[in-house]
Design a protein around this ligand. Structure first.
Ligand code: APR
Length: 174
């Protein structure tokens, strides 16, 4: 099976072990992929997130937590908070890498074999897409080299711009 896959589409439709949500620190849902995941999962996801927030207060940028998936086809949702782009001098690159690595660490701990990522921070949070794709691809490749337990990572691009960027980097000859 191909270790790293690229698809264009809606992450809420995937039948993988886990999908990653580009959440905010409140975990109370929002727009973009966060809104789509909560809508598709149903209210049980919001309830689980509320329980987590009761315990931790808020989810710091770059950190990740795992919940069930409600009505979604996948088994788990890993919620992570990407950095808001502020020009690049506020550790945004490190924090975005952390969001990918911490999501993968949780997946490994949980025995998850297939995990799908959206293009974290590149929507509302305004992170430059090309730079974000370099960070995402290198973080995932490095993690997979050391952790073969994760058998497949899928990059799910919803918008054309991200898809073209990832395609150039992952399938340069096509
Ligand atoms: N499936 C996959 N990807 C999606 C979907 C979907 N159904 N809907 C949107 N996306 C993509 C966007 O096209 C973008 O490339 O997710 C990527 C991330 O964009 P946002 O969802 O805006 O996430 P982000 O930039 O990380 O901002 C997070 O937005 O929705 C709020 O509550 C969220 O406050 C948080 C902030």
């Amino acid at each position: 099976m191909e270790m790293i896959k690229l698809i264009k589409g809606d992450i809420t439709k995937l039948e993988v072990d886990a999908i990653v949500n580009a959440a905010n620190s409140s975990l109370m849902g929002g727009g973009g992929v966060d809104g789509a995941i909560h809508r598709a999962a149903g209210p049980s996801l919001h309830e689980e997130c509320k329980e987590i927030i009761k315990k931790i207060g808020k989810l710091p940028t770059g950190e990740a937590v795992i919940t069930g998936a409600g009505n979604l086809k996948c088994r788990y949702v890993i919620h992570t908070v990407g950095p808001i782009w502020q020009g690049g001098n506020f550790d945004e690159e490190k924090l975005l890498r952390n969001a990918y690595v911490n999501s993968l660490k949780i997946a490994k701990e949980k025995g998850i074999r297939s995990i799908a990522f959206p293009n974290i921070s590149t929507g509302v949070y305004g992170f430059p897409k090309d730079l974000a794709s370099d960070i995402a691809i290198s973080a995932v490749r490095e993690f997979l080299e050391k952790n073969p337990e994760i058998q497949q990572v899928i990059f799910v691009c919803f918008d054309e711009e991200n898809y073209e960027i990832y395609k150039k980097k992952l399938h340069p000859n096509e």
